[in-house]
Every structure is written in structure tokens, then in C-alpha cells.
Design a protein around this ligand. Structure first.
Ligand SMILES: [Fe+2]
Ligand SMILES: [Fe+2]
Length: 440
């Protein structure tokens, strides 16, 4: 292993006593910006891909990338030359903006995972080869960890890309990267061809009108009052006479449907480019939490006899919220849906405890704990997102107005997704009752 930075010393342009530190801080700065911009832009993949396991995986990778960015900035700030701002240079933004404009979601996935992230991995390897391992031990340890993460990310996404043909798109992105000389100037610079066309410069990006759920059946909402049509029957959830085993299946359906929160929260990163990094870090955590909550249902329901191909996914919240402004989306999520969910979930938890199902109790307890954190995030970040968009009303007044606007938009954009399945085919309250009786 190379243990000195002699190679860069030969080409070092910054003179002075701190030159070695400044060089490495410059690399860390670049790597921070790349990770940060990956979080902001790759999050647009989440609502576009239909494979549920891939959605969950992307949430995890985005969370881990946010972690890399945070460690890089913490370490970078210890070094002279890292800089105080958190913004991403235009040259990097241009490449990531380009990357989200692939022809379809799988092309975009291939661009990120077969061009941009491999280049990041090679930049990390380059950093490790260049730096002095004793002098710069704190950075080296981090970078060693990140290399392992990047290798794992590539391996985890590879199965989803097996049948994707994207050579042309990958070449397009590779050309952009080569013109930069790689993320940290570690490859030869090759000028852009004179006829190169940046898609990002003339196509505005906008979020999908609806979220992709792949082969799963869909509907407008899973909540309702009809045991023969809806899976979560509100009245049953509140009724102390309802069998606790029914409540358990219904709460798992509810949790699995938090996938809508995954999809609509994923839209907020891209729209808040000027946000402090710490806000994106908390949003990434929030996103990953919701993907885990959804997985609670996704993993547990089949064990209780539910055939997931009969469970329709509710699209209303995404479809309505995507019509709203980013701070309105975030306000509805944290100040309305999450803040308002505690009383019902508390009752549900009490009922489920009757079953002595340790795993269910554990999942619900962690869900509750995470949700409390999400409401705290809301209190912290909503005022900041509001100010990014020039919203000057007091928070309470803004939230009140947003609730009213949501109600109006629901009339226009809600209830528009027809059931994929007939009442006889789909999971309903009545069928949950039958499954519950058969479970222990
Ligand atoms: Fe949740
Ligand atoms: Fe939440």
C-alpha cells in the first residue's frame, strides 16, 4: 500500500507549510460534495422505480451516503482548506442533474450505479493511495470504511441491473465525468466533444405525477369504512371488541403503506438544493426510517397468511402532495400525518400487547420512537424550508392554511386511482378477520 502523498507533491500548486493538508482537505471537500449531491438527486429514483425491494435498498444507500457526507464534512472541518460553505460546485451539480434525466428509471439507476458511484469508489481508492496513513489516519480510517460501503452498494444493486441495457447512457455520463478528470482530478481530462448536448440545460426536471409500484395492485386509499371493500376499517381499529389479531394485521398493512411516505418524502431533497446539509441528513434518516416501517409490514404480513399480491397500494397521498410545494408537503407529513398518528397508534399498541407477540411489540415500539423523532425534525426544519421558499407567515398559520389547501387539492387529485382488483380479489377487512381467526 502506498503510504505517502509524494505523487501529488510533484504537481502541487499550493505552496506553503500546510500544502499537504490543503491538498487532502481539497479532496475531502470534493468527496463531500459528491456524496451530498448523490443524496439530493438519487432520491428522485425512489418514486420512479417500481420494485419494492429496490426502493428499500435505495433508501438505505441514501442514508449511508448522507452518513459518508457527514463524516467527510466533520473530518474536513478539522483541516485547513476544507472551506466553510456546504454548497456543491456547479460542475458536480451539472453531472448529477444530467444523471437524473435518463430515458427511464432503470437507465437512471444504471447511470448512478455503473458510472457515478464506481467513479466515487475509485476516487476513494485514489485518496487512500495518495494520503499519508499515519499523518492523515483519521481520514484514512473513514475512507477505508466508505470503500467497503461502496463495494457493497454496487453488489446490492447489481441484481436489479442484470437485464438493463444502458451502454449509450453510461457513455454519455462517462463523457461528462472525463471532462472533469474524475471526481477528484484523478483521471486525465478529456475535453467534451464539440457536439455534446447537456440534457440538463434545456429540460427542467419535474417529479412524476404518480409513484411507481411495479406489479403491485393499486388503489386510492387503504383506509375506509367498508369491511367488504377496504383493508383497514377505521371503526374496527377503534372498537375494543375487535379481535387483537385483526388489529395486528391491520397495523401491519398501515405500516407497509408508509411506503407512500417514502415516495413523497423522496421528492423534498431535490427541491431544496440550498438547504443546510444537516437538513438533508435528517431527511435521509427520516426516509430510511419510513422504508424500515414499511418493511415491518412487508416482512410480517406474509407470515400471518397475507398474500401481498392481493394488497392494493394506496397512491392518494403521493398524488395529492406532489401537487403541493415542498414546504407544504413536509408540513403535512410532519405536522399533520405524523403528529396526528400518536393517539390511534397508542391504542393499537395496547391492543397488540394482549397477544404476547414480542416481535410485534418491538416493531411498534421502534416505530413510535422513530415517529417522535420525525415530529421533532418537523419542528426544527419546517421553518427553514419555509424560508427557503420565501414563506413568511408564522408556522402555525402556515400549517393551518396548508391543511385547508390539502383538503381542496384532495377534491381534485384524490380518489382518482381506481382499484386494480375486484372486492373479491383484494384483501379486505372481512378477509383479514378470517386470516386472523386462523392465526395464533
Ligand atoms: Fe413511519
Ligand atoms: Fe414518520
Amino acid at each position: 500500500m502506498v503510504t505517502s502523498n509524494s505523487q501529488i507533491a510533484e504537481t502541487r500548486s499550493i505552496g506553503g507549510r500546510m500544502a499537504a493538508v490543503k491538498d487532502m482537505a481539497g479532496y475531502l471537500r470534493s468527496l463531500f460534495e459528491v456524496e451530498r449531491e448523490f443524496v439530493r438527486t438519487a432520491s428522485t429514483l425512489i418514486y420512479r422505480v417500481g420494485d419494492i425491494d429496490l426502493k428499500y435498498l435505495l433508501c438505505q444507500h441514501i442514508w449511508e451516503s448522507a452518513g459518508h457526507a457527514r463524516f467527510l464534512s466533520e473530518r474536513g472541518r478539522e483541516l485547513s482548506g476544507f472551506g466553510k460553505s456546504e454548497s456543491v460546485r456547479k460542475e458536480y451539480c451539472d453531472i448529477f442533474e444530467e444523471a437524473i434525466r435518463g430515458a427511464d428509471s432503470m437507465q437512471v439507476l444504471a447511470g448512478f450505479y455503473q458510472v457515478l458511484k464506481p467513479a466515487l469508489l475509485s476516487a476513494y481508492r485514489h485518496y487512500l493511495a495518495e494520503t499519508h496513513h499515519l499523518a492523515d489516519w483519521p481520514s484514512s480510517k473513514l475512507v477505508e470504511e466508505f470503500i467497503l460501503d461502496e463495494e457493497r452498494h454496487a453488489a446490492e444493486v447489481a441484481p436489479f441491473l442484470e437485464s438493463v441495457v444502458s451502454a449509450e447512457w453510461q457513455d454519455h455520463l462517462s463523457t461528462c465525468l472525463s471532462a472533469l478528470g474524475g471526481w477528484i482530478n484523478e483521471t486525465p481530462v478529456e475535453a467534451l466533444p464539440t457536439d455534446f448536448v447537456w440534457l440538463g440545460s434545456d429540460q427542467a426536471y419535474s417529479h412524476s405525477e404518480t409513484c411507481n409500484r411495479g406489479d403491485f395492485p393499486v388503489c386510492s386509499s387503504v383506509f375506509g369504512a367498508d369491511p367488504d371493500g377496504d383493508p383497514i376499517v377505521r371503526e374496527w381499529l377503534d372498537d375494543p371488541e375487535t379481535d387483537a389479531r385483526v388489529i395486528r394485521i391491520m397495523i401491519y398493512v398501515w405500516l407497509m403503506m408508509e411506503l407512500d411516505a417514502v415516495d413523497y418524502l423522496a421528492t423534498v431533497f431535490y427541491d431544496t438544493k440550498e438547504a443546510p446539509f444537516e437538513m438533508h441528513f435528517d431527511l435521509a434518516r427520516h426516509l430510511w426510517d419510513e422504508s424500515r416501517h414499511s418493511q415491518f409490514g412487508y416482512r410480517q404480513l406474509p407470515k400471518l397468511g397475507v398474500d401481498l399480491s392481493t394488497l392494493e397500494h394506496s397512491l392518494d397521498l403521493y398524488n395529492i402532495l406532489v401537487q403541493m410545494l415542498p414546504h407544504e408537503r413536509y408540513a403535512m407529513m410532519t405536522m399533520e400525518f405524523e403528529a396526528g398518528s400518536f393517539p390511534t397508534k397508542a391504542k393499537v399498541m395496547d391492543r397488540v400487547r394482549e397477544l404476547n407477540d414480542f416481535e410485534a411489540d418491538t416493531l411498534l415500539a421502534f416505530d413510535r420512537n422513530d415517529e417522535q423523532a420525525h415530529v421533532r425534525y418537523g419542528h426544527r426544519w419546517l421553518p427553514q424550508i419555509m424560508s427557503l421558499f420565501g414563506e413568511t407567515r408564522p408556522v402555525g398559520e402556515f400549517v393551518e392554511a396548508t391543511r385547508a389547501r390539502f383538503a381542496e387539492l384532495t377534491k381534485v387529485f384524490g380518489g382518482k386511482t381506481p382499484h386494480s382488483l375486484t372486492p373479491g380479489e383484494r384483501l379486505t377487512g372481512r378477509k383479514i378477520l378470517k386470516l386472523a381467526k386462523a392465526s395464533s
